[in-house]
Design a binder for this molecule. Structure first.
Ligand code: ADP
Ligand code: MG
Length: 388
């Protein structure tokens, strides 16, 4: 993909509107994981070194109108710690405050309130886009995780300002493009999570791209049901059973193997946890995680892979010990010599520790964005950036 990045332009003395994705997870009012903030620091520091002033735009959650619960104020505070400088927080709906933006001095940083507090944002309303554009002279998009959304602050705004890719956006594009372009074989995809319907495009694409697709989580249950297996009380997506059957046929006609688990960690109606083979599944049992034998097989595939694409937990990881298989497979992914890309909000929550994280080639900041980029090879907010 040939898009101009911030390295291709001059920003000296410019007021730069930067779209970041600071949609971080909160836990009882506290920021739980600030990876997305940390990952944009190189772009922000680069622009500041170039003597630009920065006007930061982001969304947070899915507010319906103005809702203090989704205020970006605590995020601006956290950013101050990383930038080691003042980040002024501005309520973008206060005309008096907005005047300040015109008089920013080089090196100053302001963060605006949640762009989704305005109903125009998600409709890609051009009037709202024009307002956002009026805050600066140049636009930089570093919000990979929001790049699959055609919204005012990601797409509309580029009608009014010259638009460049930030360093995080470029990093995500380059590494995922490499996986799509000429990956080292065998390509092994791991796909898990709750629902097939969230990931239809991805699963199809992975069958084209990979030699082996390892399936787990609720998604595997739906495939097993499509094959007529007894899955007891397990999470299943009944509406997707027919589609799962079609995918099984599709896989059989391509040169990729779709591998399903054959033993599980289950819990029965009395709460008894036990590992069982697929042939021993009872009506009163529910699949919660991959069993030891499936796990061992999946690990062997990962350890001999050339490229690994990992999305979706293998079990109901929020409840221990059902996080074991996912953690185990992520660890195998890190140990493997393969180029590895992993993404998805829930998946990243399963990375056991920083040491293992450091051994993974690329941890994507995008969940939905990563999946759509793998599927389509581009995203709406990338398309509208200046061509190189
Ligand atoms: P990601 O955010 O990484 O893309 P998803 O959102 O698709 O992942 O899926 C995560 C959800 O899938 C988690 O809430 C997890 O509990 C659920 N899940 C996975 N396997 C099972 C299972 N066997 N039973 C119930 N829930 C499951
Ligand atoms: Mg999720």
């Amino acid at each position: 993909m040939n898009k101009k990045s911030i390295l291709d332009a001059k920003f000296t003395g410019k007021r730069v509107v930067v779209r970041v994705d600071f949609n971080v997870a909160f836990d009882e009012g506290k920021i739980k994981d600030d990876t997305r903030i940390r990952e944009t620091i190189p772009t922000l520091k680069y622009l500041l070194k170039e003597n630009a002033s920065l006007i930061l735009l982001s969304h947070l959650g899915r507010p319906k109108g103005i809702d203090p619960k989704y205020s970006l104020k605590p995020v601006a505070k956290r950013l101050e710690q990383y930038l080691k400088q003042k980040v002024e927080f501005i309520n973008q709906f206060n005309k008096k405050e907005l005047v300040k933006l015109k008089n920013l001095l080089p090196g100053q940083v302001v963060m605006l309130e949640n762009v989704r507090f305005h109903e125009g944002e998600e409709k890609n309303d051009l009037k709202y886009a024009k307002l956002l554009a009026s805050f600066g002279e140049v636009f930089v998009n570093d919000a990979f995780a929001a790049a699959h959304r055609a919204h005012s602050s990601t797409v509309g705004i580029t009608k009014y300002l010259p638009a460049y890719a930030g360093l995080l956006l470029i990093k995500e594009i380059n590494i995922i493009s490499k996986v799509l372009g000429n990956p080292d074989k065998p390509v092994v995809s791991v796909i898990g999570g709750a629902k097939i319907s969230d990931k239809i495009g991805l699963i199809k694409k992975q069958l084209d791209l990979s030699q082996t697709v390892l399936v787990g989580g609720g998604i595997a249950n739906t495939f097993l049901k499509a094959m007529g297996k007894n899955i007891g009380l397990s999470l299943v997506e009944n509406e997707a059973v027919d589609f799962a059957r079609e995918l099984l046929y599709a896989a059989a006609s391509k040169h990729s193997a779709l591998i399903l688990p054959f033993d599980f960690v289950t819990v029965d109606v009395r709460g008894k946890i036990s590992p069982v083979a697929i042939t021993e599944m009872k009506e009163n049992m529910s699949i919660r995680d991959l069993g030891p034998k499936s796990r061992k097989l999946y690990k062997e595939y990962l350890l001999t892979a050339g490229t690994i694409i990992f999305n979706g937990p293998m079990g109901k990881y929020e409840e221990k010990p059902f996080d074991q298989a996912t953690k185990d497979l992520i660890t195998a992914t890190a140990r493997s010599k393969a180029l590895s890309v992993i993404g998805g909000g829930d998946t990243l929550a399963c990375i056991p520790n920083d040491k293992i994280a450091a051994e993974i080639t690329h941890i994507s900041t995008g969940g939905g964005a990563m999946l759509e980029f793998i599927e389509k090879g581009t995203l709406p907010a990338i398309e509208v950036l200046q061509n190189a």
